[in-house]
Design a protein around this ligand. Structure first.
Ligand code: FE2
Length: 209
């Protein structure tokens, strides 16, 4: 068994409350970060929808070690951990694309967006986790992207830029369709990621060799 099953004592209202707390923590994180505010305003049209939880192998790794938070990011990290067993996790990539180990220790879910736990057409706000010692191959997408590091650390790569090592509290922007990649070493990384622009509901795709 990969993880403990969600407590049967939690009903739909309890789960809704965990998502509300995670959303509030994310909004606080946004409100205290000028880079996030400059990238996109906090969406005001959010509507909660009940979604079936999808659990993935990476969830157990995240709960075991989400990586080091900063004082400012601890509340969001812990709110994400609390709601994680109830999130609709996704893997997007196939084993042929990224390998079996990657799929065991990676995952993301859409907190807010066109297909999120909170619906909005104005942004896509996702939570992403990668375990230690993983390489996330070059990929791209039409929307512009802002990574914020909630806990842990990684080395970020992007075409046309120097590599950048980032930890909790740091941010990084990728341009529309700019190929980018990421490497974790001795630490996992947990991120809150914003997309803006056209193609919000599209998945990222690996960049052709
Ligand atoms: Fe990206």
């Amino acid at each position: 068994m990969l993880i403990d099953a969600p407590s049967p004592l939690l009903d739909a209202n309890d789960i809704r409350a965990l998502f509300d707390l995670a959303l509030l923590a994310a909004r606080d994180w946004h409100a205290t970060c000028p880079v996030q505010q400059g990238f996109a305003p906090w969406p005001e049209d959010l509507v909660y929808v009940s979604r079936e939880a999808v659990q993935i192998p990476g969830l157990a790794h995240m709960v075991h070690d989400p990586g080091a938070a900063s004082e400012a990011s601890r509340a969001l990290r812990d709110a994400i951990l609390a709601v994680a067993p109830f999130a609709e996790w996704r893997l997007t990539y196939t084993e042929d694309e990224v390998g079996a180990d990657f799929l065991q220790r990676f995952g993301w879910f859409e907190l807010a967006g066109p297909e999120g736990h909170f619906l909005t057409d104005h942004a896509r706000i996702t939570v992403g986790f990668w375990g230690a010692n993983l390489y996330y191959p070059r990929h791209q997408h039409e929307p512009e992207e802002l990574y914020t590091i909630v806990s842990g650390k990684a080395l970020f790569h992007a075409d046309g830029e120097e590599d950048q090592a980032l930890g909790a509290g740091a941010t990084r922007i990728h341009a529309a369709n700019q190929p980018h990649a990421m490497t974790t070493s001795d630490s996992p990384i947990l991120t809150l990621v914003y997309w803006r622009g056209a193609g919000l509901a599209d998945p990222p795709r690996l960049t052709a060799a």
